[in-house]
Design a protein around this ligand. Structure first.
Ligand code: GLY
Length: 386
């Protein structure tokens, strides 16, 4: 790994100021959004209610990112102990329970993101049986996306969609914690077996020999044979989409935590070392790691925030120091603390550069992982959401 110029971490005062600034934004967003949902990204640095599809009202619980909003509310509770955040966070459980019971927009592997942060955390923190039932129903639904003989979880779309059949994406590493949790809470071994089989396939095929990652990878659904990698949001099929590499760091590390499989830890470290060796001088990645200083390309602050959490999950002096250095840069240069006109926490994220969606904007997931990073750094006893 190329050494990056690091200080151990942002100092405690800077971290607490960053936490206070973030919580001011969360408070204003509770007033603005309540139990409705902001869009995936800001528009000119402001979130608005997410557009409701098919005649549904704006702010409806659709898409893959809605749980990051209650996820932030749980973090706010854990940062402060303030019961206001408990009420705000638990207000989202009925909507998520409804979404899975009515099967509304649930044909996606992102059930892990959606139900871990909304319902598993609610169940763990409050013991609400409705949250547990909803999260278990989501885990069960996720099992419908498994394609044998490859044993992978199809990422997107209808299971018969010829463009999507047999395709998985690196982000899916963050969806398997829902399955491990379901296995732990029920004692049913199917969930962890599926999660582990899927992650073994990603370890062997989505992670390349040079420690970069494909964004997406296809398996032959009939034979299970690994076919090819393709990008969707990266610069090229053979480039290294920065957020995908960050999902790889955190996702393989979490899968190691649940399984103890040392090969997942090795995979996480390989993703981390490549990511850290391809950062620009201010340590916040460009949207694809093929770009460096002087490229003029956009940064993806969300990739940086995810990577900080993944590096802290990996632990050890070297990764903690690198995480601290990246977080320090996010606080100093990318947070909205000096920009009260924004209702995001972080500026300069990228959702999908090739399609021109959410470029140089705040992102709901970037905000969540930034707040998680601040929580991890400032509250060492924090119980991981994932
Ligand atoms: N999981 C979708 C994304 O990272 O854009």
């Amino acid at each position: 790994m190329t050494a990056i110029d690091v200080r151990p971490a942002p100092d405690a005062d800077a971290t607490e100021r960053a936490v206070a600034a973030a919580l001011r934004v969360v408070d204003a967003n509770i007033a603005e959004f309540g139990d409705r949902y902001p869009g995936d990204t800001t528009v000119h640095n402001r979130y608005h209610l997410r557009p409701g599809p098919d005649g549904l009202p704006d702010g409806t619980n659709t898409g893959w990112t809605t749980s990051f909003w209650p996820g932030m509310l749980w973090l706010a509770l854990e940062l402060t102990g303030d019961e206001r955040y408990l009420r705000a966070a638990t207000a989202h459980v009925p909507g998520f329970a409804d979404r899975i019971s009515t099967q509304s927009d649930v044909e996606t592997h992102d059930l892990g993101f959606l139900y871990t942060l909304s319902c598993v955390v609610a169940w763990r923190r409050t013991g609400d049986p409705k949250a547990r039932r909803a999260a278990l129903a989501a885990a069960e639904h996720l099992l419908n996306r498994v394609l044998e003989p490859a044993g992978i979880i199809q990422a997107w779309g209808d299971m018969d969609d010829p463009d999507q059949r047999g395709r998985t994406i690196i982000d899916s590493l963050m969806n398997t914690p829902l399955l491990y949790w379901a296995g732990e809470t029920t004692g049913d071994p199917r969930y962890a077996a599926v999660a582990r089989g899927h992650v073994e396939q990603l370890r062997d095929h989505i992670l390349r020999a040079d420690d970069t990652t494909y964004h997406t990878f296809y398996w032959d659904p009939a034979t299970g044979e690994p076919l090819r990698g393709e990008t969707e949001q990266g610069s090229a099929d053979d480039s290294c989409w920065a957020r995908g590499q960050a999902w790889g760091i955190y996702g393989f590390a979490l899968n190691h935590r649940y399984t103890g499989d040392p090969s997942f830890l090795v995979a996480a470290r390989r993703c981390a070392d490549y990511f850290l060796a391809h950062l620009p001088a201010d340590r916040v990645a460009h949207w694809d790691l093929v770009f460096g200083d002087g490229s003029g390309q956009d940064r993806d602050s969300s990739a940086a925030a995810i990577a900080v959490c993944g590096l802290l999950e990996l632990g050890g002096d070297r990764y903690r120091a690198a995480a601290g250095a990246i977080l320090e840069s996010l606080i100093a240069r990318y947070s909205t603390a000096p920009h009260p006109e924004s209702n995001a926490l972080l500026l300069h994220g990228v959702y999908d550069k090739p399609k021109g969606i959410g470029v140089d904007e705040g992102t709901l997931w970037g905000d969540y992982f930034y707040l998680e990073a601040l929580t991890r750094i400032s509250r060492p006893g924090w119980t991981n959401h994932w």
